[in-house]
Ligand binder design. Structure first.
Ligand SMILES: Cc1ncc(COP(=O)(O)O)c(C=O)c1O
Length: 410
């Protein structure tokens, strides 16, 4: 499979961590921190050189003038998430973008004040949502609605999501779900959820932290109101890298929406006239607050160039094959000791498999890490592994399965 893989050579474009014996680690942690593209260093050095040689002049005279630097990411970001260029912007971090989006799009009324999230959403999303509910004078006990898997099941059924929206829709102000749940690896039917929510008059947003660069996403056509995502997981932008944000075209000129403003959201045609009143850019860029961190955008540029070359449709094809291969190797050995809690249907998951280990799971995970097999552990019982199609091979998956099962057996 590796010999026949047209994407196999992309592995050489990344730094693969080494074991103490100098062999490549089996790195299955792209759902947490993606690997470093070899071109990332050059991209950062270029900006450091401009800073050293031109200093403030780099804003206009740098090789990639900083004043427009974030635009260098727009086209590739838009095609990655299936958006129009005016619908995306790279800025801030995921949680900050979530807050900025909720300031504009969570506008509770007496009758419609609930936010629907999945139980077990990433903690930062839970904190952001509950703090927004309180900020608007409501209480999470009555305004937070959670989707829960059925008794004895790990993932949430599509029909349960739809029926909850159908039942409660008129009281829901905002549906905010992950594209892929970080713990179970379940991918949600974003198109179906958007339709169901909008039929009931709800605003719909997605956190794509685990979906961007992982799934094929068509935000413009699916039509959610907004989405946010990070760039340090499947997008390989580096630790704490700048996040992404999507605002659907239908809100591009919604000047009446409340927003927390800053100078970089000001219409760029007249931004430097420094006028007293705020006139936002049309589109997603109007939600920017501050001028962008160039040194953090540089490695993301390097990575997005690789993505554009590899193409998301091809990557997703390989990803389904890699994850399916891993699943088939592990399923043969499912036992009371461990089970796969990620949905089995390829369209209901991304690259990640979450393995529930009944006992000594942490020990097994640590032992594998010492041997250079890198996944990650989530308390109380979940080992998450994700073969990333840009740099993982079928051999990685095979060796992982062998070593995991051996560790489990001892
Ligand atoms: C689903 C999800 N939401 C939010 C965050 C927090 O991101 P940030 O630290 O960029 O705010 C993460 C981080 O891993 C995440 O996975």
């Amino acid at each position: 499979m590796d010999e026949r893989d047209p994407l196999a050579t992309f592995r050489d474009r990344f730094w693969i961590p080494k074991t103490t014996r100098g062999e490549d680690c089996i790195y299955l942690c792209g759902h947490s921190l993606g690997l470093q593209p070899k071109t990332a260093g050059t991209a950062i050095e270029q900006e450091l050189r401009d800073w050293a040689e031109l200093a403030v002049e780099s804003h206009l005279r740098g090789r990639n003038p900083w004043i427009r630097y974030h635009h260098l990411l727009t086209q590739k970001t838009a095609s990655l998430v299936g958006a129009e260029p005016s619908e995306v912007v790279v800025m801030n971090s995921v949680t900050v973008n979530l807050h900025l989006m909720m300031v504009s799009f969570y506008r509770p009324t007496k009758a419609r004040h609930k936010i629907l999230i999945e139980r077990g959403a990433f903690p930062s999303d839970q904190y952001a949502v509950t703090s927004q509910i309180r900020f608007r004078g409501h209480h999470p006990a009555s305004s937070l609605l959670e989707l829960i898997p059925r008794e004895g099941e790990s993932s949430i059924r599509d029909e349960d999501i739809e029926s909850l929206i159908d039942r409660e829709g008129e009281s829901i102000a905002l549906i905010l779900l992950g594209g892929v749940n970080y713990a179970t690896g379940q991918a949600f039917d974003m198109e179906g959820i958007t339709k169901a929510g909008q039929k009931k008059g709800c605003i719909v947003g997605f956190d794509l932290a685990h979906a961007a660069g992982n799934l094929r996403v068509h935000l413009h056509d699916w039509g959610p109101d907004f989405a946010v995502w990070c760039s340090y997981k499947y997008l390989n932008g580096g630790p704490g890298c700048v996040a992404g944000c999507f605002v659907h075209e239908r809100h591009a000129q919604s000047w009446e929406l409340p927003r927390f403003a800053g100078w970089w959201g000001y219409d760029e045609a007249t931004r430097f006239q420094m006028g007293p009143d705020f006139h936002p850019m049309p589109g997603a860029e109007g939600w920017q607050v501050s001028n962008p961190p160039i040194l953090a955008l540089a490695p993301l540029r390097a990575s997005m160039e690789i993505f554009a070359e590899a193409r998301m449709d091809r990557l997703r094809g390989k990803s389904e094959a890699l994850t399916g291969y891993m699943e088939s190797l592990l399923r043969q050995h499912e036992s009371p000791h461990f089970s796969i809690i990620t949905p089995a249907e390829p369209h209901r998951r991304g690259a990640q498999l979450s393995l529930r280990i009944r006992s000594r799971g942490r020990e097994i995970c640590d032992r594998l890490a010492a041997e250079g097999v890198i996944g990650d552990w989530r308390e109380p019982d979940t080992f998450r592994v994700a073969p990333a199609p840009l740099y993982n091979s079928y051999l990685d998956v095979y060796l992982f399965a062998q070593r995991f099962l051996a560790a489990l057996a001892t």
